[in-house]
Ligand binder design. Sequence first.
Ligand code: ZN
Ligand code: ZN
Ligand code: ZN
Length: 260
Amino acid sequence: MAGGARHGSCHCGGVTFAAEAPLGDVIACHCSQCRRTSGHVWAGSMVARAQFRLLAAAPLRWFRSSPRVDRGFCQDCGASLFWQPVDGAEICVAAGALDAPTGLTLAEHWHREDAGDYYSPEGPPPPPAGARPERLSCACLCGACAFDLPGPAGAITACHCTQCRKLSGHYSASFDADESRLVWRRRAALKEYATPGGGCRGFCSDCGSSLWFRSAAGEFSVEAGSVTGPTGGRLAEHIFVASRGDYYRIDDGLPQSGRW
Ligand SMILES: [Zn+2]
Ligand SMILES: [Zn+2]
Ligand SMILES: [Zn+2]
């Protein structure tokens, strides 16, 4: 896809934007900050600030995640949308937020050394780690939300559904947990977003980090990227791959299902 504007939005539609070509190749970032905000891995495409326009921005909120970087998210649905150097001439827009087809290609992995223990940036996940933590500590990026739960994480599921892609900025990875065994340490900024299917997603309203999902049937799962340190888990499968973004391939050899 050559010229023309790409449009994108958060999941609830409160934030919409347009980016004029050229958009850069998609970069997947495995740094701990991107992993915490997205809940797994964040991916984005760089565009000149002059080529970028916010069309609707009422719920857009910025969080200064480091002295020279702001991250933009939707305060209504928690979608991780933008990464922007404070004085920069460019803005990185979440690949998962872009309307299909993006016509883009994931071409680079940044901070591979900071990838979680449960997946590899490319190829099959590493063998099950020696670490089998009995407790997992989870937190958002700003620290306003934090909870503990029994570990290890075990089987981790990657979900490529449109909802997960819009909210995370790329796609999600989470593991089942017993909600009654969560011990909250801080939750003042916790916000819940009711999803169209009757489920609910928990995120931090101060920094936008994705934390957990509760289905309409009450099944509860925790975002793997929220775990501090080893998860003791391993990516096991990909679901809803029929909704996968057009800018990446799944190359880790794990089972895939069109729905679940
Ligand atoms: Zn939203
Ligand atoms: Zn936070
Ligand atoms: Zn999903």
